[in-house]
Design a protein around this ligand. Sequence first.
Ligand SMILES: Cc1ncc(COP(=O)(O)O)c(C=O)c1O
Length: 396
Amino acid sequence: MAIATVSSRMLATAEERRTLRQFVQRVVSERGFGPDACDFTFGNPQEPPLRGLVEALIRHAEPRGVHWFAYITHNPVAREAVARSLRQARGRPYQAADIAITAGGFGALAAALLAVLEPGDEVLYPRPGWFLYGGLTRAAGGTPVPVDLVPGSFDLDLGAIAAAIGPRTRVVVVNTPHNPTGRIFPRAQLDALAGLLAEASERHGKVIYLLADEPYARIVFDGHVHISPAESYPHTLVAYSYGKVLLAPGERLGWLALCPDMPEADRVALRDAVELAQMSHGWAFAGQTLQRALPELEGLCIDVTALQRRRDRMVEGLRAAGYEVAVPEGTFYLVPHAPEADDVAFAARLAAGDVWVLPGSVAEMPGRFRISLTATDAMVERALPVFARVMRAVRG
Ligand SMILES: Cc1ncc(COP(=O)(O)O)c(C=O)c1O
């Protein structure tokens, strides 16, 4: 009998990510980015970081006491800053004790799942969607259940969610604004989902949690307003990351907040469970320099107006070249239709012109491709003629 070298959970996640890894290995690593590459792939920064971020980190790295770098789980300064900001922005009585400071959004989602899942419990999450919901679910002992969004509109498919809920359902993930479609789910859909979850929780005799993944909450365009699912459903855990809003994903800072409308006894139990989840997951708290800097980082944000201008320029240029592309309401992604059925082959044609996009079939959107607008304006200008040339070549 063959003896497994690594856990089946990790093997399943590796399998799920196989096409993405193949794309990275075969296309990106082998060919390599040229010096003038236009990189629209993974939402990495292409410009120097915000000066305010650098200054805050330098300021708070300087110790002001012997305990500066001691073991501290959640720094009270960070917790209170998040709770204050949530109270102001959302008008709800968020409490510092209900905020866990995490290693980014990954850390917030992982802690939430570890805190509430029993082995085999099911987690419903959107497809297309962020690449690691399944992996984090398995790592926490759960069973991933992707549920398709409504094709085209990318609305929540409430009928499909209702059909997927069963006695083992423990968590439903809602990501708004949504990566990669940029959809912001309207209040009516969130209210309807809340009704459905309340009824299903009652029917199955256990709470189904809503995990609201909101790292793009502040990256919204055209006056659109992000609405948190926590406003509709009390048993909501809200996950956030500073990686997007500061465009510094390598500095790992985020939080998990318990909705203040959740019954107090449940919040008290969850506070403890979340902290233990972080600890038993390898002391997965954010570093103290970042935690101390957090109150200053709360006031910083990339230039969303400039990002919106870049989005408009890209949409206009792509449409002029014959691409079909919708205008996203938030996030920093575009998901145009690929002009040929094989989106990986199409991405390779662009890569030959040093324009790098993510093929849709590695991001659960076959027939499309994803552009991350974290590229520079100069890259957009260099890339548009390449997009036009490749479109002409495909059309023959
Ligand atoms: C929807 C979504 N959730 C969570 C994350 C994780 O964010 P971070 O890397 O800042 O932890 C990302 C990052 O791409 C994301 O797009």
